[in-house]
Write a protein that binds this ligand. Structure first.
Ligand SMILES: Nc1ncnc2c1ncn2[C@@H]1O[C@H](COP(=O)(O)OP(=O)(O)OP(=O)(O)O)[C@@H](O)[C@H]1O
Ligand SMILES: [Mg+2]
Length: 293
């Protein structure tokens, strides 16, 4: 009689990923409470609270210098806040030392503002950097295969893998940055102005790709953007940062009900109305339900 095979206890998802065995199943993968950030005398955040829902693309807007990038850096543990508590995927970020292994750093991907890639490395090598960092045991052909796969996943031709950043267009560099952010199969994606500087067609294509990846890879996305079309097209909800805190969070129709002057000026100003009208033309049936409700 043949020996009975042991029952595979790992969930199929973890098996397929071959990396993180744990996957967050709670409602809010990011919870921020009473966050305060200060540089010298300058208070950037004062008692800021925000919850990000699992599976959503949360757009984050606010004037230049309002503290969007600092907020993102706080969430990923690069900026130690003066006060407040941040939990990511059920782990406290604020109670951990900045360089402490907190068991979640290998579960998010980041595209920083400006999206700097290492200029002396090819696109493929750039994508390999976080994989090597978190999974040093992976080497050789498998590493290259992962990089080639992420490059294709980000909508770049496979040939781009062996190109240097300087050999790519701006739009291709953004996609390469996305490929690097996706390198370690993250559950969370942090993107700071990913479509800044792209032409409208390039930006729209990036948006579509991001929405598709979010849905198929079951991601939660914290997306800082100034792009009104992006907010209308792909964000489930939008958080507005002003007056050192999150003054409102909701779908755009919900935000439009606010009488806050910044919100009205932003979404109901000439550019906001144009973006809204464009979205109405594309999706006449969706109105009243939010951009992706
Ligand atoms: N490391 C730092 N040291 C001192 N001040 C800082 C630091 N990082 C950010 N600041 C200040 O904090 C404020 C918020 O900066 P932040 O980069 O978060 O703005 P932002 O909302 O991302 O703006 P933008 O839309 O222009 O990118 C700014 O006044 C900035 O000068
Ligand atoms: Mg910024």
């Amino acid at each position: 009689m043949s020996e009975e095979q042991p029952v595979e206890e790992r969930p199929p998802d973890a098996h397929a990923r071959g990396t993180a065995l744990e996957r967050f199943t709670g409602e809010y993968p990011i919870v921020i409470e009473g966050l305060c950030n200060q540089f010298g005398e300058q208070v950037v955040h004062d008692d800021l609270s925000l919850e990000v829902r699992r599976g959503e693309i949360l757009g984050v807007v606010g004037g230049s210098g309002s503290g969007k990038s600092v907020l993102m850096r706080s969430i990923i543990g690069l900026q130690r806040p003066a006060a407040g508590h941040i939990e990511v995927l059920g782990h406290s970020i604020t109670d951990a030392q900045p360089d402490e292994a907190i068991g979640v750093r290998n579960r998010w991907g980041v595209l920083f503002q400006g999206g700097a890639l290492f200029s002396t490395l090819t696109v493929g090598e750039n994508v390999e950097v976080p994989v090597k960092q978190f999974y040093p045991e992976i080497s050789g052909e498998l590493l290259h295969e992962i990089a080639r796969y992420k490059v294709r996943l980000s909508g770049l031709p496979e040939e781009a893998t062996s190109k240097y950043p300087a050999e790519l267009s701006g739009g291709m560099r953004k996609r390469a940055g996305l490929a690097r952010a996706l390198a370690i199969d993250p559950e969370l994606l942090f993107l700071d102005e990913p479509t800044a500087g792209l032409d409208p067609i390039g930006a729209a294509a990036f948006d579509r790709l991001l929405r598709e990846l979010t849905d198929t890879l079951d991601l939660t996305v914290f997306l800082i953007t100034h792009d009104l079309d992006t907010l209308h097209e792909i964000c489930d909800r939008v958080a507005v940062i002003a007056e050192k805190t999150v003054i409102a969070v909701g779908t755009i129709p919900e935000l439009l009900e606010s009488d806050h002057s910044w919100i009205q000026e932003y979404f109901n100003g000439p550019r906001g109305r144009t973006a809204m009208a464009a979205q109405r033309r594309r999706k006449p049936m969706d109105m009243g339900e939010g951009p992706r409700a």
